[in-house]
Design a protein around this ligand. Structure first.
Ligand code: SF4
Length: 507
């Protein structure tokens, strides 16, 4: 086992509670960036779950269509993407200076800044503040970074309950599950499942709860209101930090974030160091791109900006925890650092054919889909082939849809190919496996035009094996490693060279 996997937690299958009306998902793991088996195994399992696939298809297509409508309204969409990409490149080139500027400005406005090297340090800092405040519960704004550090579990193990107040996060929390999408964490659930989760797990759920979305939202609202009014501390992430003023922002749709950010006496914001823009003017670009890309809205219904503390208004104590957790290492990689440009809109997931079929849990990380496939292995430095995260760069068809959808123009396909190369290079040597033997056998054929042409002609014989169905479903070992999971279409009657020759002759 590679050192990076030592002690990694395998999610245990939980008892089947289907009779409750919902199927258990993934229980909170020890390491939220690395859980479960390698992607192919997780994907194969999820592919068998037809309900999950139906839920995913419905939801991703719905958000995708909404996003397309909102993008079509913007004549300068491409210029905005270019601007966002340029701002992010500039930000990453000056990140150390910008972080120091941010720290100075937060402190100048009465905030307290903490630096956390990793998840453990971040959790310890947060816990220490809560111990000083003598609280045993906090309210939370939806935040991927608190998921990344496993904060809820860390606090729960120490007797402090962190209440998720975002509706989808609350569904995930009540069902003791993990999020499966970065914007829509409960995308793998449908209305009937949500009703069942509320009915079984929400202590004050109304007896006549139906599957009507409004009724479900009202039940959640009533449940959460008591928490908002009693909590003395709130914990949030931030969509963007603005260095020139020390400002933080949260873009959200439900208003739960605004309640958390204004009602409690103390606010703790945990933010990845990459969530930075230099100026307010830069924030304007992202304010246009983010809501359209994430939820297909022109603007988020609630956009909150806060800077330090203001006497008599909002939280009177503000802590900013700046989290590294592998980001500096990713930043040092000239190409890989592009993954840090991500504004977590989720658009790449909604268009990804792989994600749509297997769902977020198959990736074994809180960051699933195309961005997760390049971000997670870098954050966890997973190039060893025994590490489950080393399989993630291969979890893609390289169709390029993610690049087209990304509002900050992250070239995910190129990054995937480059990471594949890094994983392959890192694992050279040792005893060759069947793939190594197969690749070594085919490379002389691929390298010679003549040999490739001859192989193409010989492959035509496969049409006889394929028979009427024109599909080859099972081949003997070692080819069974391929056909065990997929059919091979019959080879074409004519290869490209033959077609070209004929075409030229007929001209
Ligand atoms: S990679 Fe791009 S599309 Fe995907 S979540 Fe990040 S910003 Fe959005």
């Amino acid at each position: 086992m590679c050192p990076s996997c030592a002690g990694h937690h395998k999610a245990q299958p939980v008892e089947d509670t289907t009779e409750l009306g919902w199927t258990p998902g993934v229980p909170e793991p020890e390491d939220p960036l690395r859980w479960g088996d390698k992607f192919p195994k997780g994907a194969a399992e999820n592919l068998r779950n037809t309900q999950l696939r139906r839920n995913l298809r419905y939801a991703t297509h719905k958000i995708r269509d909404k996003r397309n409508d909102r993008v079509a309204e913007m004549p300068d969409w491409e210029e905005l993407r270019d601007a966002a990409s340029a701002i992010k490149h500039q930000t990453m080139s000056n990140l150390p200076e910008l972080l120091e500027e941010m720290e100075r400005n937060v402190q100048a406005r009465g905030g307290i800044v903490h630096w956390a090297r990793d998840a453990k340090e971040a959790n310890e800092i947060i816990h220490q503040i809560l111990v000083e405040k003598q609280v045993d519960e906090v309210v939370k704004v939806k935040s991927m970074v608190t998921q990344e550090i496993g904060m809820n579990k860390y606090l729960a193990d120490r007797g402090i309950k962190a209440w998720e107040t975002d509706l989808a996060e609350m569904i995930v929390q009540l069902s003791e599950d993990m999020p499966s999408h970065i914007v829509v964490p409960a995308i793998h659930r449908n209305r009937a499942e949500i009703r069942a989760i509320f009915a079984n797990r929400m202590d004050d759920a109304p007896a006549d709860l139906s599957t009507d979305p409004r009724t479900l939202a009202m039940a959640a609202r009533a449940h959460l209101r008591k928490k908002f009014l009693s909590a003395k501390v709130a914990i949030s992430g931030s969509n963007m930090m603005i260095a020139e003023s020390g400002t933080l922002t949260v873009f959200e749709s439900e208003g739960n974030g605004r309640m958390c950010l204004t009602l409690p006496e103390t606010l703790i914001s945990v933010v990845g160091i990459e969530k930075m823009v230099p100026t307010f003017k830069d924030a304007e670009v992202f304010a246009q791109l983010l809501p359209r890309s994430a939820t297909g809205e022109r603007m988020n219904p609630y956009t909150t900006f806060w800077t330090g503390v203001t006497e008599g208004d909002g939280p009177q104590e503000f802590h900013l925890v700046l989290l590294d957790n592998g980001r500096s290492k990713a930043l040092a990689d000239e190409i890989g650092r592009e993954a840090l440009h991500c504004i977590r809109c989720g658009a790449c997931m909604n268009v990804c054919p792989v994600y749509e079929h297997v769902g977020g849990h198959a990736y074994g990380s809180v960051y699933p889909g195309p961005i997760g496939a390049i971000l997670t292995p870098q954050l966890t430095d997973s190039m060893d082939r025994h590490d489950p995260n080393s399989a993630l760069p291969f979890a893609s068809s390289l169709c390029g849809a993610c690049y087209e959808a990304c509002p900050v123009k992250i070239d995910i396909p190129t990054n995937l190919v480059r990471l594949r190369q890094r994983v392959t290079d890192a694992n050279r040597g040792g005893i060759p496996d069947m793939w190594d033997v197969a690749m070594a056998a085919t490379s002389p054929v691929m390298a010679s035009g003549k040999a490739f042409d001859a192989a193409g002609r010989a492959a035509k014989l496969g049409r006889i094996v394929a028979g009427k169905k024109q599909r080859i479903g099972a081949l003997p070992y070692p080819a069974s490693m391929w056909t065990g999971a997929r059919d091979i279409p019959a080879p074409p009657a004519q290869n490209f060279r033959q077609w070209w020759k004929k075409h030229e002759e007929e001209k």
